[in-house]
Design a protein around this ligand. Sequence first.
Ligand code: SF4
Ligand code: SF4
Length: 323
Amino acid sequence: MPEITAEAVKKAAREFGADLVGIGSIDRWDKAPVENHPRTIMPRAQSVIGIGFRMHRGSHRGVEEGTYFSSYTLTGYMDLNNIVAPVVQRRVASFVEDFGWEATTVQYLSGRLGNDAGEAASRPDGTSKPRPDIFFNFRIAGELCGMGEVGYSRMFLSPRFGPLQRIYFVITDAPLEADPMIKGICDGCQECVRQCPAKALFSDRRDDVDAGITMIKRSAIDVLKCSVAHSMGGLSPFASEEVKNYARNIIDGTDTHLADGTPRPSREEMIKNIQDKVAYAKNAKDVFHGPAVLCADGCVRGCLAHLEKKGKLALKFHNSFRD
Ligand code: SF4
Ligand code: SF4
């Protein structure tokens, strides 16, 4: 059987359409919890192949202007998740298996089959195995594969595209040479925090992860506040004043209470209360079969504008993202 090499895998992935590719050796997951570990999926795994696809900067233009939101939702999110990535992942897995090594793809939406809230789905058979579906941590895996780093915003940043890509993985028992890891794209400027309209990120609350080989330094996130702005569009041009007031009551409140002093709703209650009142968010569920993406003000566009201004990104444009 011919010998497989990391170089050959990366060349093939690029030819199949990947904009980014990197490889992490399995020892980089030594500190990963069993429910996030590639070896829980494939016990003989030796390598993880990361592949990334750029989001076009132009897909954020209409969102930046407040005029055309579906470009990001579709071309920067749903198309990559559901059309582009699965095809390339499959081709990379086939390439690896043609050398006699097993390969499995980790699909972005697979975690949602367990529980959409990202919590453990129970395992009714009473075995000692972890959750029926493993919640592979994509952004940390991207760092472990040497494709970039997790920024303070919690977003994955690459040296070429900054926050503008989505990343996916193939796990294999093939022993492949690992790529060096990358640090130093995020400079801790906290524009992501300052420009978050939902106050969902924090300058003084951290959620660092000691991943052994790397320390992920990132802000804590208030998921309810992010969701009411981002996937529910509570501050978007599609929201009525009533909905905006509902969103602001959450955003200006605390972990336990709304700004008006009443108890804070759960995420499920918030979604129930608001979803049918923002036609765009409801239609996104029905038409795109996924969430609308109606914010990303700070964590994507604010960060992008900052990194471009600092000259940190390899991909250059004739015009700046923001004047
Ligand atoms: S805006 Fe970007 S570069 Fe600045 S702290 Fe946030 S993630 Fe890091
Ligand atoms: S999507 Fe919007 S609300 Fe959520 S963290 Fe990013 S900037 Fe904040």
